[in-house]
Design a protein around this ligand. Structure first.
Ligand SMILES: C[S@@+](CC[C@H](N)C(=O)[O-])C[C@H]1O[C@@H](n2cnc3c(N)ncnc32)[C@H](O)[C@@H]1O
Length: 196
């Protein structure tokens, strides 16, 4: 909810355009969608989002007493012009190099014939039906290349069930759950448990 609110208010873009750590008062002054009666609450919104890693606090250039907000890796993903944005676009301009050859294909239409396919940070963006389409195309691509079969490797975070969490996993649970919320509000995808 807090992230959705920050996106609705355009906070990631405003901070990016500002270029240096941005004070709350400056943020209040330039947010186009902000109801003036709510301006006094922006610091609370930014406080939880900073705690959750979506923004970070840095000293203001001109005043060591006060902190301003900057983007983090997570909030960069909210910007439309980020290549890893959650509104992803296909990059068709990559140049081949050495033993690497780039082919831009729409994985909802086909996947190129291969022995092995690596889907890293792909399936989390899509709902179950969309994932099934992608995985079927991967299966076809591997059967086309090698009748004996091949491998599809999937790298995504795996949500732990509450009863299986140990100390270390508990530490990352909040991040996992917030990412799941992010997938819910920005795209059709979700973070999945192992059996999902
Ligand atoms: C979250 S990024 C992950 C990128 C990369 N695998 C990595 O690990 O950094 C999702 C990727 O899916 C690609 N993508 C989105 N829709 C696609 C489609 N229909 N066909 C092929 N690739 C697509 C985007 O271009 C983007 O590079």
């Amino acid at each position: 909810m807090s992230l959705k609110c920050a996106i609705h208010l355009g906070i990631p873009y405003v901070i990016q355009n500002h270029g240096t750590p941005m004070a709350i008062t400056d943020l209040d002054a330039v947010l186009p969608m902000l109801n003036p009666t709510k301006a006094c609450n922006i610091y609370r919104l930014m406080r939880i989002l900073a705690h959750s890693g979506f923004f970070a606090q840095r000293n203001l250039c001109n005043d060591a007493q006060e902190d301003g907000y900057v983007l983090t890796n997570a909030s960069h993903l909210l910007l439309k012009d980020n290549p890893l944005s959650f509104r992803p676009m296909l990059n068709t301009n990559l140049q081949d190099s050495g033993n690497l050859k780039y082919d831009a294909v729409d994985m909802f239409k086909e996947v190129l014939a291969s022995d092995a396919i690596l889907l890293k940070w792909i399936l989390l963006d899509w709902n179950d039906d969309e994932c099934l389409k992608i995985l079927k195309h991967c299966k076809e691509a591997i059967s086309r290349q090698n009748k004996k079969g091949g491998k599809v490797m999937i790298i995504d975070m795996v949500l732990m069930k509450n009863d299986k969490m140990n100390g270390e996993a508990l530490n990352s649970t909040e991040t996992q759950l917030f990412f799941d919320m992010l997938m819910m509000v920005l795209v059709t995808g979700k973070e999945r448990q192992e059996e999902e």
